[in-house]
Design a protein around this ligand. Structure first.
Ligand code: DAH
Length: 346
């Protein structure tokens, strides 16, 4: 292993990084999760001899540091170069006719609202800085409930807070709005709640520390699972086209019983199987279920008289499926070349 790392150290010096693409390839090859250094680390873990481990660990560190230095320096160089080019090009034509357009997430959010408003849902809103009660406890997720681990939470200044007061946090789900609306209104309630949510996740192509959800809630006398299914089938067909099918899989959420996850037939291969649907023909779009009677009671609504359904979906997920976008980070970088592609969509 020692020889291998020494060879890598000399390979590293031979890398030619001519442009930003070469730099990205360099990052993937050396520094990414599937890169050379990570695979050495994995191999390192299997070494049992302490002395060898020490020696190899040192070499891997050296390799990692050198790769990082090369990457950082080149990156800075390319960025500087780019700025200079843009600032110095006085011949660029001034286009005063450009106008802004909606962000793809806003386009899809508006479409979701429009689809549900046609069947009587109205928009409700709530705060992004929430308290523990609305985000968790009232949703049948008390402090020691294992389901809290499903959502890694950003707490706000937890040390400074008086423990007799409710702890403040960044909401992890728009389900908190359900509680606020139920506490303050009598059924029938039929709401749709779009909003931003936060989770302590490492940023990658599939996860982000901030994203957007739409929550739906319908409470009345005699609301049934059949109503839920019909509503979601209607939504899927409006959003993804009239041929779209849905399927429901049993699942678990603390605030609904029974709970389900809903898949739509893959919009790319029409259910035949492709890489997007991982050859299953189906892709997941949301979670849902019948509101747990405990949640109704927590909000002062009689669970003897009323029943209801709820659902929650990620706006990013729907947008990615609709526009075939494969990296979540694109939504937050605001690269004009990405955003311009949606100019004509609204
Ligand atoms: N709040 C859930 C989440 O963020 C999504 C969800 C699932 C919302 C089921 C619901 C529901 O209202 O019934 O993962």
């Amino acid at each position: 292993m020692k020889d291998k790392i020494v060879n890598y150290l000399s390979d590293l010096q031979k890398e030619e990084l001519k442009d930003a693409t070469a730099l990205e390839n360099f990052r993937l090859k050396w520094l990414s999760k599937k890169g050379i250094i990570q695979s050495l680390m994995d191999e390192f873990k299997t070494i049992t001899d302490v002395q060898i481990k020490k020696e190899i660990g040192k070499l891997i560190n050296e390799l990692k540091q050198q790769a990082q230095i090369i990457f950082d320096e080149k990156k800075q160089e390319f960025e500087k170069h780019q700025d200079i080019q843009i600032e110095d090009d006085l011949t660029l034509e001034l286009n005063l006719n450009t106008s802004g357009s909606l962000h793809p997430l806003s386009i899809i959010k508006n479409e979701i609202i429009q689809i549900f408003s046609k069947i009587g849902f109205v928009v409700s809103d709530g705060p992004e800085i929430e308290d523990d009660w609305h985000n968790f406890t009232a949703l049948n997720t008390p402090p020691d409930h294992p389901a809290r681990d499903m959502q890694d939470t950003f707490y706000i200044d937890i040390e400074k807070q008086d423990i007799t007061q409710d702890i403040k946090l960044l909401r992890t789900q728009t389900s908190s709005i359900q509680i606020r609306v139920m506490e303050n209104n009598e059924p029938p309630i039929r709401i749709i709640c779009p909003g931003r949510v936060y989770r302590n996740e490492t940023i990658s192509a599939r996860a982000h520390c901030q994203f957007h959800q739409v929550e739906g809630l319908y409470i009345d006398e005699n609301v049934s699972f059949a109503d839920l299914k019909t509503t979601l089938l209607y939504f899927a067909k409006e959003m993804f086209g009239s041929d779209t099918q849905i399927r429901m899989r049993p699942s678990y959420f603390p605030f609904t019983e029974p709970s389900a996850e809903v898949d739509i037939s893959c919009t790319i291969c029409s259910g035949k199987g492709c890489s997007v649907c991982k050859h299953t023909g189906w892709v997941e779009i949301l979670g849902c279920g019948m509101v747990d009677p405990k949640v109704l009671d927590n909000c002062g609504i009689s669970s003897r008289k009323y029943t209801g359904f709820a659902f929650g979906m990620g706006i990013e997920r729907i947008t990615m499926l609709k526009y075939r976008i494969n990296d979540l980070r694109l939504f937050f970088e605001n690269d004009i070349r990405f955003l311009k592609q949606f100019e004509n969509e609204c």
